[in-house]
Design a protein around this ligand. Structure first.
Ligand SMILES: [Zn+2]
Length: 157
C-alpha cells in the first residue's frame, strides 16, 4: 500500500514550535522518528539539530553525531517500535517550497535507505502553531523511484 498520509504527534509539533520560537527566521531542523501503518506515516518524535548544528538564514545542517545518537537512543528505547523516517527543517517563507538542494538530498537519503525517506519543510515566516499544516510541506521519496510525492498531513488525535 503506498504511503500517502503523514500524522504528527503533539511531542513533534511542540518541538517544531519551540525551535521556531528560538531561531525565528534563521533555519533550524532535525530528524523525524516514528513508524508506519497501512498508508500512513506516524511521526512520534522530532529532534532538534544538536548543539553543534549550523543555523543560517538560508542554510541548516544538523550535528551528525548528535543525530546518530538521538536515532540510536530513540529506536532502542522503543524496543525497535520506532524507526528513522527522515529530516525536517525550516525555510524563511510562509508557504515553504523545497529547494533543488533539498530534493537532491532527499534523493540521496532515499537511495541509501531500505525503503523511503521523508522531508518536512516548515515556513518560519509569520509562523503560528495553529497554521502548522498550512505552513508546512511533507515530501516522500521511495528508494529506487525518482518521483517525489507530497503527503497529506494532519495531527495525531
Ligand atoms: Zn530547505
Amino acid at each position: 500500500m503506498p504511503l500517502t498520509r503523514i500524522k504528527f504527534s503533539s511531542q513533534a509539533l511542540n518541538l517544531f514550535n519551540s525551535e521556531i520560537l528560538e531561531y525565528g527566521r534563521i533555519e533550524t531542523g532535525g530528524v523525524l522518528i516514528g513508524n508506519t501503518s497501512e498508508d500512513t506515516i506516524y511521526v512520534e518524535k522530532a529532534s532538534n539539530g544538536g548543539t553543534n548544528a549550523i543555523h543560517e538564514l538560508l542554510y541548516f545542517r544538523a550535528d551528525p553525531n548528535f543525530i546518530d545518537m538521538f536515532i540510536d537512543m530513540e529506536v532502542a528505547n522503543s524496543k525497535c517500535q520506532l524507526r528513522y523516517l527522515g529530516e525536517w527543517h525550516t525555510h524563511p517563507e510562509v508557504i515553504p517550497a523545497p529547494s533543488i538542494k533539498d530534493l537532491q538530498s532527499l534523493n540521496e537519503i532515499a537511495d541509501s535507505s531500505d525503503d523511503f525517506c521523508i522531508l518536512l519543510i516548515i515556513g518560519n515566516k509569520d509562523f503560528s502553531p495553529g497554521a502548522f499544516i498550512e505552513q508546512s510541506i511533507s515530501l516522500i521519496q521511495e528508494n529506487g523511484n525518482d518521483n517525489v510525492y507530497v503527503l497529506e498531513a494532519s495531527d495525531i488525535k
